[in-house]
Design a protein around this ligand. Structure first.
Ligand SMILES: N[C@@H](CCC(=O)N[C@@H](CS)C(=O)NCC(=O)O)C(=O)O
Length: 211
């Protein structure tokens, strides 16, 4: 089966699928789309939303549905996702407020995509210049939240075995690596490195865009 993944580099939902493919040892080819490209995702699924996976003639979106589909042997899903979205929602706003103003200036974003991303995200979060000015506030908010999360790592999320919730958590936390001088606690850093190894994940693969 030939697998093509349409993704954005920074997108945590896309990172989930990259991690799952790596963990499951499934070869795939990468299609990084410019953020401003509406036509390609709309033609594939009718929605301007990535990740999208194309397997031979089958096309799917929604990261968790994709992972369920790929994980035929239920290796990742032996641990249930359950209400894990609620846990992620406790840290997602701070992660996005901290990371988005830096993501937008990485080589993934061409000028049209920068404009598109800024317009969409600033409408929701306010000017990115303010987010950068206020990053200290978001950092102060996120550290106690991370300390709480850390207590649940045993060494994986509520479990001694790696599962889909670790993919969900690590994919969200990965965003903070884009924030200059942001430091994870030793335990969370070690956790992310173990997820990286298990999933053979390399954030910067496909990162570069030729000028
Ligand atoms: N529930 C979806 C969420 C995917 C999602 O929100 N993707 C964002 C990127 S992180 C997207 O495609 N946004 C397009 C846009 O806002 O223009 C999933 O789990 O796959």
């Amino acid at each position: 089966m030939k697998i093509e993944l349409y993704h954005y580099i920074h997108c945590p939902y896309c990172i989930r699928v990259r991690m799952a493919l790596g963990f499951l040892n499934m070869p795939w080819s990468s299609k990084v789309l410019p953020y401003s490209d509406e036509a390609t995702p709309l033609a594939l699924t009718g929605k301007k939303m990535l990740p999208i996976i194309k397997m031979d003639d089958q096309v799917m979106n929604e990261s968790l549905d994709i992972i369920k589909h790929l994980d035929k042997e239920n290796v990742l899903l032996s641990e249930n996702w359950g209400d894990f979205d609620q846990t992620l929602n406790t840290i997602a706003p701070q992660i996005f407020n901290l990371a988005m103003p830096f993501w937008v200036f990485t080589p993934e974003f061409d000028p049209a995509s920068q404009k598109y991303f800024l317009k969409k995200k600033e409408a929701k979060r306010g000017p990115f210049s303010e987010l950068i000015k206020n990053r200290g506030i978001f950092e102060n908010e996120i550290h106690p939240l991370l300390t709480n999360l850390e207590k649940r790592l045993k060494p994986f999320w509520d479990s001694n075995s790696f599962g889909v919730r670790d993919i969900g958590l690590a994919a969200h936390l990965w965003g903070l690596f884009s924030v200059p001088e942001f430091r994870f606690s030793e335990k969370i850093h070690a956790y992310l490195m173990s997820v990286k190894e298990l999933t053979k994940f390399n954030y910067t693969n496909f990162h570069w865009r030729e000028p």
